[in-house]
Design a protein around this ligand. Structure first.
Ligand code: ASP
Length: 417
C-alpha cells in the first residue's frame, strides 16, 4: 500500500495558518512597503500557487485514464459478473448522481458564496463558449483521442478509457495479461498523486496568501457557510438517501447496519482514504453484514475506486460556492453538466486523501471558474475530506448489501447476529 505523507494534515493546517498571517500582515498593514508587498504577491504567492495548480492540472488526464483502465481491465470475469456488475455500477452511479443533486439543491437554496465579490474573479475571455445538449453529447465521442486529452475533454477521455479497459480485459489471454501492466502504472500514478499532494502545505500557503493579500480575510466567513452546508448534505445523504434505498431495496434493519458500519466509518475518517479502508470495509461487509464473499470482493474494491458520493457532494457544493463567489449564475443545463461531471470526477478521483479536490479542477475548468478558489476549498478541506471519506465507504457497504440481497446472497443470520 502506498503511504500518505507523514503529518500532512498538520502541515496543511500550518501552511494555511501561515498563509493567513503573512497575507493579512501585507493586506492590513504597510510595514514592509509597497515594493516588498508586490514582490511577495507576485513571486511568492502567485508563482507558488500557479505552480501548484499546474501540477494538479497535469495529473488529471492520466489519473482518470489509468484508474479507469486498470479498474475495468482487472475485473476477473466480465461475463459471470455481468449481472452483479451491471447492478453495482448502476447503483453506484445513481447514488452519486443523487448525492450531487442534493448538494446542488441545498447549495442553490442557501447560497454559500453569494454576497461576496472576489477581486479574483474570472476574466471574460476565459469563459468557455456555452455548450448545448447536442455538443455535450457529441463531445463524449471523440474523433481524436489525443486532441481530447490535450483539450481536457473529460467525458471523451472517460469514454475512451472504458472502451480501452474492456478491450484490454477481453484480450488478456492473448497479451499475456497485459492489463497487469496498467494496474502497475496506476500504482505508479497513485504515488505521483501522493507526491504532489505532499506539497499541499506549500501550495495552500501560497494560495491562501494570494487570496488574503488581495482580498483580506472576509472571504473565509463565506467558507464557513460552505463547510456547514457541506456537512449538512453529507449527513442528509447518509441518513436519508442510504436509509431510503436500504429500506426500499432490502429487508435489513437500518439501525443494525449503521451500528455495524461504525468502525469502517471511523477508520475512513482517520485515514481519509477509501482505498486504505478497503480491508476494514471488506471484513465488515462480509463478516458482520453477511454479504457473500464473491459479491463483497467485487463490490467493495470497485466501490472504493468509483463510488464517492461524499466527494461528489463536495464537488457540487464547491462549484456552486465558487460560482456564486465569482458572481456567476449557473444555468439549468450547467447544473445538469455539473451532475454529470461530478459523477465522472468522483469516479476519477483516486481513493486517497484530498484526491477529490484535484478532480474538482476539471469541473471548475469546464465552467471557466477561477481555479485559484481551490485555495479556499483546500484550506477547509482536511476535516471535510475525513467526513466525506466516511460517507464514501458507507455508500460502498450499502450498495454491497443491496446487490447481495437482490441476488439472494445476503446471510441474514450473520447480519442480525
Ligand atoms: N479522500 C477521499 C477518499 O479516499 C477522496 C476525496 O474525496 O478526496 O474516498
Amino acid at each position: 500500500m502506498i503511504d500518505a505523507p507523514n503529518n500532512l494534515t498538520r502541515n496543511i493546517l500550518f501552511g494555511m495558518f501561515a498563509g493567513f498571517v503573512v497575507g493579512a500582515v501585507f493586506y492590513y498593514t504597510n510595514i514592509f512597503g509597497d515594493q516588498i508587498s508586490l514582490f511577495f504577491e507576485k513571486y511568492v504567492f502567485l508563482l507558488g500557487s500557479t505552480i501548484f495548480i499546474n501540477l494538479l492540472k497535469m495529473l488529471i488526464v492520466p489519473l482518470i485514464f489509468f484508474s479507469l483502465v486498470s479498474g475495468i481491465s482487472s475485473l476477473s470475469n466480465l461475463n459471470s459478473l455481468g449481472k452483479i456488475t451491471a447492478k453495482t455500477i448502476a447503483l453506484y452511479l445513481s447514488t452519486t448522481a443523487i448525492a450531487v443533486t442534493l448538494s446542488l439543491a441545498v447549495g442553490s437554496l442557501f447560497k454559500p458564496g453569494a454576497g461576496y465579490n472576489s477581486e479574483i474573479s474570472i476574466a471574460p475571455e476565459s469563459l468557455p463558449p456555452s455548450q448545448g445538449v447536442f455538443e455535450t453529447i457529441v463531445n463524449i465521442f471523440p474523433s481524436n483521442i489525443i486532441q481530447a486529452m490535450a483539450n481536457n475533454e473529460m467525458l471523451a477521455v472517460v469514454f475512451f478509457s472504458i472502451l480501452f479497459g474492456l478491450a484490454l480485459n477481453k484480450t488478456n489471454h492473448l497479451t499475456n495479461n497485459f492489463s497487469q501492466s496498467f494496474e502497475k502504472l496506476n500504482t505508479v500514478f497513485m504515488q505521483l498523486v501522493i507526491t504532489i499532494i505532499s506539497f499541499a502545505p506549500i501550495g495552500v500557503f501560497c494560495l491562501i496568501g494570494k487570496f488574503v493579500i488581495v482580498d483580506g480575510l472576509d472571504v473565509f466567513q463565506e467558507a464557513f457557510k460552505y463547510v456547514i452546508l457541506l456537512i449538512l448534505v453529507l449527513i442528509l445523504h447518509v441518513f436519508i438517501t442510504y436509509s431510503l434505498l436500504l429500506k426500499l431495496l432490502t429487508s435489513i434493519n437500518l439501525k443494525t447496519f449503521f451500528i455495524k458500519m461504525k468502525d469502517v466509518a471511523i477508520f475512513a475518517f482517520s485515514t481519509s482514504s477509501s482505498a486504505a479502508t478497503i480491508p476494514v470495509t471488506l471484513k465488515t461487509v462480509q463478516n458482520d453484514l453477511g454479504v457473500n464473499k464473491n459479491v463483497a470482493s467485487f463490490v467493495v474494491p470497485v466501490g472504493a475506486t468509483i463510488n464517492m458520493d461524499g466527494t461528489a457532494i463536495m464537488q457540487g457544493m464547491a462549484t456552486i460556492f465558487i460560482a456564486q463567489m465569482s458572481g456567476i449564475d449557473l444555468t439549468l443545463i450547467q447544473y445538469v453538466q455539473v451532475i454529470i461531471l461530478a459523477v465522472v470526477a468522483s469516479i476519477g478521483a483516486a481513493a486517497v486523501p484530498s484526491a477529490g479536490t484535484i478532480t474538482l479542477v476539471l469541473i471548475l475548468q469546464q465552467f471557466g471558474l477561477p481555479l485559484e478558489a481551490i485555495g479556499i476549498i483546500l484550506a477547509v478541506d482536511r476535516i471535510l475530506d475525513m467526513l466525506r471519506t466516511s460517507v464514501n465507504v458507507t455508500g460502498d457497504a450499502a450498495v454491497a448489501c443491496i446487490v447481495a440481497e437482490s441476488e439472494g446472497l445476503l446471510d441474514k443470520k450473520i447480519f442480525n447476529k
